[in-house]
Design a protein. Structure first.
Length: 300
């Protein structure tokens, strides 16, 4: 069975995006990945205005995938010469054998327990959760499997606050996991909206896997005149703020707005952004992320 090698380089100088383009024609390099030096939970790839941060050698590393037979020192010397930079060094080498990557992916995702009565399962795991609720999510397209704290916060709220007379719209629905949860817990009408066609295809597949009654729409095709008892948005801070008017207008009078995707240090920014329409309060938190709730008072 063939073997492969990941070579992690420290390149102190320059923009790693442009550097990766310069060395991509080295035929021994099969792929290039840029990783943050900060641990993933604290990693910030985007500025507050939504623009991607520069991927500089001071803050990021470069990982090269090669055959395991490649001499790392020789390859690194060739890269130094090509870039005219003697400061480039090898931080780590990882050799691994080839494998059945589909089966490996399946082994990585088996079950995610949200509460004692709610769990997320992939399609290939038998449903034995007879005393609770299971949501089947195909992780193939990577649009949300329930592993992130913000998704779990939203799922817990939906389970705890289910009302068979309520309607709910899920903005930025991704895999459809929150919409599916709302449908399983008996909400009268559930709608999911996203601006990514591929995410919506994934949501439709997950809807079928769960036999759910949900209407999914691309944001360009959705009729924004309908209003709901609950609007939930598990998206990033800047997207929430840019959608403020849309989120508010989607609610009926006395409707409830649920927001997540918000870091603890961003709470005041969200509260200020919505203060002319409603008071937002923190109702739950997990691993530095918040769930916030507001109530629409006026009928506009």
């Amino acid at each position: 069975m063939p073997a492969w090698k990941n070579i992690t380089l420290d390149i102190p100088k320059g923009d790693l995006n442009s550097i990766s383009e310069k060395i991509s024609d080295i035929n021994r390099v099969l792929s290039i990945t840029i990783t943050d030096k900060i641990d993933e939970p604290n990693s910030k790839w985007f500025d507050e205005d939504g623009n991607q941060q520069p991927l500089l050698g001071e803050t990021h590393l470069m990982k090269l995938l090669t055959s395991a037979s490649i001499n790392s020192d020789i390859l690194n010397n060739d890269i130094r010469k090509k870039l005219e930079d003697e400061t480039i060094s090898i931080l780590k080498e990882e050799i691994f054998e080839d494998r059945d990557w589909i089966q490996h992916s399946k082994n990585q995702f088996r079950e995610i327990k949200i509460t004692n009565t709610l769990r997320i399962l992939p399609p290939w795991v038998a449903d034995k959760n007879e005393n609770g609720t299971s949501i089947i999510i195909d992780p193939g397209s990577g649009f949300g499997t329930g592993s992130h704290p913000t998704t779990q916060l939203c799922l817990k709220w939906i389970e705890k606050n289910n009302d068979p007379n309520s309607s709910l719209i899920d903005y930025g629905c991704g895999s459809g996991i929150l919409s599916i949860a709302a449908n399983k817990f008996g909400y009268a009408r559930v709608v999911g909206v996203d601006n990514d066609h591929q995410a919506l295809l994934n949501a439709e597949r997950n809807k079928d896997l769960n036999s759910s009654d949900i209407d999914f729409f691309h944001s360009n095709d959705y009729d924004h005149n309908e209003s709901y008892d609950i609007t939930i948005a598990n998206i990033l801070l800047n997207n929430i703020i840019s959608l403020r008017e849309t989120l508010i207008s989607s609610l009926k009078k006395n409707g409830i707005l649920i927001l997540s995707g918000i870091l603890e240090e961003q709470a005041s920014d969200i509260i200020d952004a919505f203060k002319s329409d409603m008071f937002l309060s923190i109702v739950d938190h997990q691993e530095g992320w918040l769930l916030m709730k507001g109530k629409k008072i006026n009928s506009n």
